[in-house]
Design a protein around this ligand. Structure first.
Ligand SMILES: *Cc1c(COP(=O)(O)O)cnc(C)c1O
Length: 235
């Protein structure tokens, strides 16, 4: 299958999963996880109908930006972001999906203030409570969401999660369902403050249809679009 056909197929799968649960497919955006892909491949994906690229390595993203590889698409940062690299990301991406600590939120607010702009962000939830993963616990969410809402140079748009590798027969659905509940609760609380929470980012190549069934508005898909990633990366 060509990249064009895979993009069409993933979009069709998203639409089918949405309709199954009575959702409008236009509520869901496919984010192409472009790590390790070349600038040319990224351009091809955009030509094939990708409207949002997600990058998770600052160095690769910077090289692609220098190449103007993302022209015609929005750009999200989806990977682990170290505070010392915030300068290379704030103001250069449309959405930072992976804000998983108060420390990082503070650094983003400070850099956005310096640049005099407002940076859209999602808070990353460590929904499987895994020691190896970044993100806040569900219990920490209300306080950090309130803090983000009070940051003048940050706009909180929603939540993101990378659940554990699926084991049970339902795969990751229980984690996705938990995320949906957190999303509903935080949306309600924030709407009292006039803040619109409209992004729930969850689901990857192996489970994006289930994520859509459970309410995802953004799915981040790499392998199903580009094939298996090579072990060594070249920009
Ligand atoms: C790579 C990556 C994805 C996509 O993973 P696939 O399994 O290849 O679809 C999604 N989210 C994040 C944060 C990633 O780093």
């Amino acid at each position: 299958m060509s990249l064009e056909e895979r993009v069409a197929q993933v979009k069709a799968n998203i639409a089918a999963a949405a309709r199954e649960v009575g959702r409008d497919p236009s509520e869901i955006t496919l984010v192409a996880a472009t790590k390790v892909q070349s600038s040319d491949t990224i351009r091809q994906a955009i030509a094939a109908g990708i409207t949002v690229c997600g990058e998770n390595r600052v160095q690769e993203m910077t090289a692609h930006l220098d190449d103007d590889a993302y022209a015609g698409a929005a750009l999200h940062f989806i990977g682990h972001l170290q505070t010392n690299k915030v300068k290379q990301v704030v103001g250069r991406v449309d959405l930072i999906e992976s804000v998983g600590s108060e420390h990082l939120l503070d650094a983003i607010e400070a850099q956005a203030a310096k640049l005099d702009l407002v940076q859209d962000i999602l808070l990353e939830i460590n929904i499987g409570a895994e020691a190896s993963k970044s993100g806040i616990s569900p219990a920490e969410l209300p306080a950090l969401a309130r803090k983000a809402a009070a940051c003048p140079h940050v706009r909180l748009r929603g939540l993101m999660a990378i659940p554990p590798v699926a084991e049970g027969p339902d795969g990751n659905r229980p984690f996705f369902a938990k995320m949906r509940q957190l999303f509903v609760d935080i949306s309600r609380e924030m709407s009292d403050n006039g803040i619109i929470i409209d992004c729930l980012s969850m689901g990857m190549s192996g489970d994006y249809q289930d994520a859509v069934r459970e309410g995802a508005t953004l799915v981040r898909v790499g392998t199903a679009l580009f094939g298996p990633r090579p072990p060594i990366h070249k920009v």
